[in-house]
Design a protein around this ligand. Sequence first.
Ligand code: ZN
Length: 525
Amino acid sequence: MKLIPIIGLEIHVELKTKSKMFCSSPNDPFIDQPNLNICEVCTAQPGTLPVPNKEAIVWTVKIARALGCAVNELSKFDRKHYFYPDLPKAYQISQYDQPIGEHGKIELLLNLLNKEKNHRDRAIIGITRVHLEEDTAKLNHATTGNTLVDFNRAGVPLVEIVSDPDIQSGTEAKSYCQELQMIFRYLNVSDADMEKGQMRCEANISLQEEGKFEIVNGVVKPIGDYKLNPKVEVKNINSFRAVEKSIDFETKRQTEILEKGETWQQETRGWDDNKQGTVHQRFKETAADYRYFPEPDIPPFHPLKIAGEVDLPELPLEKRLRFHEEYGFSYADAFLLTADKHWASFTEEMISELHEWLHSLPETRSCEVKNSKNKSCKSHQELVRLAGGWLTSKLMGAMKERAIDIRILKIKPENFAELIALIFAGRVNSTNAQKILVEMLESGVDMDPTHLMEEKGYGQISDEGKIGAVVDEVVRANPNQVAQFKAGKEPLIKFLVGMVMKATEGSADPQVAEKLLRKKISAMP
Ligand SMILES: [Zn+2]
């Protein structure tokens, strides 16, 4: 019996519109003072009426489009009833049977990033629906045993994205969530920070026997007399790590139950970060329990008429593939460089500057690169790979250590390109280039790397006369190592090169140093 995990995700994302969904209270749920951004509408005073936020509808149309959904000609709001202190009206204005968007899909390229191959290379995840609703108030459970209600969050526009049950593993679920987060950020509709609760994830998981079910229009159907195992809904997942871990945990738990010949009831469980497991919360309610009916205070609306022409930016996946295929970055570097749109535009500006440098340096002038699509040129490809490594490991790393965000980075793309060109042309070695990078980063103003290199004497020495003098000195000062190397201990050459580098404070060209060392030692008696 082979078991297949069937996973669907429900993602909620708070939109960062100026005002709330159905009133003009400011949309700022993270303000320090509780119950400041509230009014009669979002606290459900009798006699108040909701007025939909146009911007929120437009942004939901954008999200739906970005996820390849068809936008419904006519859409409407519905009341979803339940009793809980975070919901002042005792119902939530949501969308039931006419959501803004339906029937979309999102593609995940999994093999290019994850080296372990226990998943599909590529997954197409269907998007069942994209709808708009309002967020609830926030409950703060005080240590005194009282519960305090903060209505700053009540009525914040919230978009729900329901996927088809097409996800097959924790890794896929995590990739799906990360891709969505990038899309929300590219569209500039939400900061989608999971730790802050701006993006929340719920997973529906059930394990089914291979070959005994099919997925028709996003619904899992049994084949023949097979009885489907019930769905388990997992809530309280507040990080990408928890998305992956909770699904892996649930997959293992359900496998163990089924292997004992037992089953379970449909239920809601919660992810417990301390226990690193899921725990029972309640047996699941059904749609009928919510007594959905059309919101009588808001007429049905035409989303496309409200939104007009929707311009979508280049989306993360397209941009990533372009960085990989057109510029020649490795897929892993392309992923990192496009995960944030500010990094992506920094990179694009840097690339166009690099082309200028490629033509101007005497060392690389032979390369005829007309445009970025020309990948035939070896120097060009090497240059881009070099730039990719310096961007993703050296620059990102140094910025992370100093808590510098790309949005406040003082280094201009053209100066970073110049540094890469200097390294590429062998004018400065890696050690000194890193020192230059750190100075550029810490100076607080834009700095010219060539100027820095000359001023600090960081330029690489490849002059054989100058290095030769140091080589003579190193050979004289290390007679034991030289003798052992001569007797066949090959790795000692690295030690001797290292001594030359140390003596020149990292400025000597290591290849020249090695060549001269070998020549000098082999000429010795
Ligand atoms: Zn309000």
